[in-house]
Design a protein. Structure first.
Length: 404
């Protein structure tokens, strides 16, 4: 008789955004006239930029001709894209990362979930609390997290680093030494971030204790302040302790098109073993790469026209962030984030729990957000709104909230 991976049975409930989608669908069915505005999941709403669309059309035409047709992509991704990434995202910023340290993939969500496979099941992970649920859930699936305490909402073998208004949403170095540290800045869900000096402390710590940092930089395009790092490799010593994850979803609207990449410097080793080799082995074995046409679209992100158009797209979403931030403040809410990130994190009013506020907002304003407690116990009493809606919907949602 076959056996299942019963680690899956330890997972409480369904994936956060699936739970929310089900709840909203049920509400919509019961209230067919409700004009629901979705500011919950961080899914983009603006169309792909013209430079990207042109590249897609061109690549589709290439696929129609035997002379320019492309089959399987190279293991690490096409060189034209990896070269563009290495130059624009790293070398132009003074970061020492080369094209052959970049692995192109179909997105940062998959990579952030899969990367734990190259580590022993004995490793102890440390996560910020609240945290993007994929990091924890995928470690649960792997059997790395111990026993779940439903009352506390925590796992016995996970080190939680609370990030709340009290510590300015900045994680403190943990008392217990972790093996793997997940960091995401600008942060999902709090929309806050850390300075380069603060990140340097983490890099120094990881090198000192022999931990690896998995740095999720999915929201770096939204950074507006000078001293906020765009990459962990801006910090000295990061090549020996950090993996970095990138997404094309948030900076270029690829949530439906799927493209991302992971950087593993060749200096990052466990004894003599390069993590780069392990990930390359995994990539080659389990993955056939993002489609050629999508990688061509990714290359267009780095063209002069693409850069200019995407700057405007980011500005569009950040205008929404401002509308949300200022509107909520005006309505008397306590609000965080929204300056270097497309997420606004607010304290729930009147001591409501995060889910109580979710229901309240859905019922009274027909606005969907994300309950902070869905991201971890320290998210209780907080709530997340995304700036990825249309401008019109964002303004309408905030007007409704102001009038509650
Ligand atoms: C979110 O809403 O947190 C993100 O959209 C999730 C993701 O990028 O997978």
């Amino acid at each position: 008789m076959f056996k299942i991976n019963d680690n899956y049975l330890k997972l409480p409930g369904s994936y956060l955004f699936s739970t929310i989608a089900k709840k909203v669908a049920a509400y919509g069915e019961a209230h067919p006239d409700a004009q629901i505005i979705r500011l919950g999941i961080g899914d983009v709403t603006q169309p792909l930029a013209p430079a990207i669309i042109d590249a897609l059309h061109g690549a589709v035409d290439e696929m129609a001709d035997a002379k320019t047709f492309h089959g399987y992509a190279p293991d690490l991704g096409y060189e034209f894209l990896r070269n563009a990434i290495a130059k624009n995202d790293y070398q132009d910023r003074g970061c020492d990362i080369s094209a052959d340290e970049i692995f192109v993939s179909d997105g940062a969500k998959c990579d952030s979930g899969n990367i734990q496979e190259i580590f022993s099941v004995d490793n102890k992970i440390a996560v910020c609390d609240p945290v993007y649920p994929v990091y924890v859930d995928t470690n649960v699936m792997a059997g790395r997290t111990g026993v779940y305490d439903p009352a506390a909402g925590t796992w016995s073998d996970v080190i939680y680093m609370p990030c709340t208004a009290e510590n300015n949403f900045t994680p403190e170095l943990p008392k217990e030494t972790p093996d793997i540290i997940y960091l995401c800045f600008p942060n999902n869900p709090t929309g806050t971030t850390i300075t380069k000096d603060q990140l340097q402390v983490w890099v120094d710590y990881a090198n000192k204790v022999g931990a690896v940092i998995i740095y999720d930089a999915a929201y770096e395009a939204y950074i507006s302040e000078e001293d906020v790092p765009h990459s962990v490799y801006e910090c000295e010593g990061a090549r020996t302790c950090a993996i970095e994850l990138h997404s094309f979803s948030k900076n270029a609207g690829f949530t439906g098109t799927r493209l991302g990449y992971t950087v593993i410097p060749k200096d990052l080793k466990c004894g003599d073993v390069m993590l780069h080799s392990l990930w390359a082995r995994r990539h080659g074995t389990k993955y056939n790469g993002a489609p050629y046409i999508i990688q061509k679209a990714g290359e267009a992100v780095y063209s002069e026209a693409g850069k200019a158009q995407l700057k405007e797209q980011v500005a569009y979403y950040m205008k929404n962030a401002k509308v949300i931030y200022e509107g909520l403040k005006e309505a008397g809410h306590t609000v965080f984030g929204g300056v270097n990130a497309p997420y606004i994190w607010l304290k729930t009013p009147d001591k409501m729990t995060s889910w109580e506020f979710f229901d309240y907002l859905l019922e009274k304003a027909n606005v969907v957000g994300t309950p902070g407690s869905g991201f971890g116990p320290s998210g209780e009493g907080y709530f997340r709104l995304t700036a990825f809606g249309s401008y019109e919907n964002t303004v309408a949602a905030i007007e409704r909230i102001k009038h509650l």
